[in-house]
Design a protein around this ligand. Sequence first.
Ligand code: LLP
Length: 437
Amino acid sequence: MTLAELLPSTGCSTEPVLEEGLWPDGTRVAGGDLVIGGLPATQLAARFGTPCQVLDERTVRARATAFRTALPRAEVVFAGKSLPCPEVYRWMAQEGLSLDVSSAGELALAKAAGFPAQRIIMHGNVKTAEDLKAALAYGVSRIVVDSLDEIAQLGALATRGQEVMIRVTPGIDARTHAKIATGVEDQKFGFSLASGAALEAVLRVVEQPSLTLAGLHCHIGSQVRHVASYEEAVRRMVGLIASCGTRISQLDLGGGFCAPYLAGERDFDLAGFAHRITGTLNYECGVHRVPPPRLLIEPGRSIVANAGVTLYRVCAVKHGLTRTFVAVDGGMSDNPRPALYGAKYAVRLVGRGGRPKPVTVVGRHCEAGDVLAEDVPLPHDVHAGDLLAVPATGAYHHALASNYNQVCRPPVVAVKDGVARPIVRRETEEDLLRRYV
Ligand code: LLP
């Protein structure tokens, strides 16, 4: 957030300007309040309490549609782990997307949503026998295998020519945070292309009478900014397809398309991606004389991140030797991303402006690392009772939330055209106690 954005704009409106691209479509400042999905944030906080994760349905649907429009011949698969919630899965089904799940638990949510099995793909570097059995019982269309052990286990469990894809490690450094870089060698995901393990996996699948090889898969990482990383993945994967000696009809490039979290960060260049990837795919297939496989992509973050806003109430303001700490009623239990990946967020005070000063927004948990945002400008007189809004919190927030310190997890409230409804309710102490024996 820049200083200018906290001050009244110089245009005809006297309302402050919102950072471009960070907030759900149509979010605006009106009368000092922040209006999301047609509803003032102060009203949402009063009705649903804080912390509260607000999700704008129209933004989610628009982004899902944007992927389908940009790549009309590809299968667009929503990465269900980014926002696991039956209602969101239903929206995806309605928008014509497929769904990827990475456990029997995520599959249970998909089933609850009535998500069609023929559009579900199961992932995961480890699938337990329970995961595999659940996938087979529901009849998921494809299972992405990730180890020789899994190929043997699935081969023994499957009966009807279960379609599988092979997860390949293409050896690509997508220049993202090490903890979410999954295309490089020597990490736990996939079969190495360079070592020949991927080709061996192809042979093993082909040998299994109960399995059918549907395609190859790679996922080079998350929060990937450069289309060139995907182009390189296509080159390497088509090279592998050419050496398989058997028809490969699907190429899944995974997800990872970046989303903006801070002012000035750019959205993923979806049109550029679509153009360059289809061009590279056709060119490489021509060079290798193989028929172009059908393309699949698995966006998660880029569909839901900027549709989400988290509302927190300020509980205390404390002045350290050099820093001012603004403590809120949530923290690393609803957002562990700063602690895990050094993720940075913008923060906005709802309801009023004022001369800004840099503060550190911290959570309520018993760890010094429970910091939500460092050195963010808030009005100098920020005080207990103020309402804060944090944009770009729609992806991997509900998904990664925990009960640390037995703090109950916040609700997810969907908003659309002035109507709000919880799609995940707030956790209660009763919920917590239910598990203890
Ligand atoms: N496909 C596969 C096989 C994946 O493993 C993932 C994410 C995706 C697709 C979707 O990636 P996306 O488009 O959402 O970047 N917790 C981390 C992100 C972990 C991503 C895991 N895999 C975070 O909060 O940044």
